[in-house]
Design a protein around this ligand. Sequence first.
Ligand code: BGC
Length: 417
Amino acid sequence: MAIRHSVSCALLASAVAVAAAPAQAAGTVEVLHWWTSGGEAKAVGELKKAFEAQGGKWIDSPIAGGGGDPAMTALRARVVAGNPPTAVQLKGPGIQEWAREGTVADIEEVAAREGWDDKLPPVLADIMKYEGKYVAAPVNIHRVDWMWVNPAVLEKAGVSVPTTWDEFNAAAETIKAAGITPLAHGGQPWQDATIFEVVALGLGGADFYRKALVELDADALQSDTMVKVFDQMRVMRGFVDPNFSGRDWNLATGMVMRGEAAFQIMGDWAKGEFLAAGKAPGTDFVCAAAPGDAFILNSDSFVMFKVRGEDRVEGQKVLASLIMSPEFQGTFNLAKGSIPARIDVPLDAFDDCAKKSHDDLTKAIEAGTLVPSMAHEMAIPRSVRGEFLDVITEHFNSDMSSAEAVKRLVEAVERAG
Ligand code: BGC
């Protein structure tokens, strides 16, 4: 008995020792990303935690700046210096642009082994590949065309959640007359462009959006609809507070949280902020699709750059596999405000905003009204996007007429093309 007891004690002790020992080394990754707001930091913290739990070493390289423009500048400098990070938050055509330069490592071996093709919606799988091979691992699906609403402010002003832009304008006027800022906004080019594309979709529909902001069709760019989009941008300018210039997007979300503003038009990373602050959807804040019957897609992914050293190459493989694991896709997206990129992750633990995002995405895919985000680098080359942002921001911050803005946009796109 005593022997059996001591044997089982020894077995138990060794089992505990195995559990306590660091897991098998999973390599090293240096991860360049721009997730520095409250909700974003929490979400990327999940990735770090999961990677370290596998025995990997995580070197964090955060570059602050919503929308990622400063991060992309930093990446360019690192690559030019011959010292790329191992893994980079990158997306859309940017993935292809870097791959064409020959700087990106493919992760096809991991993707093929794990059958990623069957786990991702085709629209996303295509974006992750270069010349038929996976070079990026997607973490999520964000929706851009959301309106974040403070219900108490709307109730106080006696207005309901708008479903058309006319209703939005009327509600905003009433809220303004009640002495509250209707629209929480941060005057940074990517935020201006976020509102612009949401308005373009709402006023012009998915076909117009696709022609103008994805295919860069000259007729669509200089159409009356585009003039109307800039007209609406001018109206929106009247709904922001005097201190909007340069404000970070998450501070604008804070204004809605505190009831200092009624609405924010922003992708569902804003939900990550509300949640990180302990706010509940449906009561403390409301998510409503912005006017327009479609879905603007934005998906974050990680691209592995070509690096030397077994430890780093191993780290890339482990990270790619981890990113696509169902468990990680669940925990990460619960914090980030997005929904999983994988189609087989159950949404039971997710809130109604996420479920609506999923349902509307499915409908949009069926109806052919899913469009990629221009502002968030899913639609057009970075250089052309830059031209759009310049014109949109200049128009928003001056008294430029809509006709002049359209003229400049057409010229700029021709120049960039
Ligand atoms: C990214 C999000 C991020 C947001 C604000 C978007 O372009 O896709 O993940 O939270 O920018 O930084």
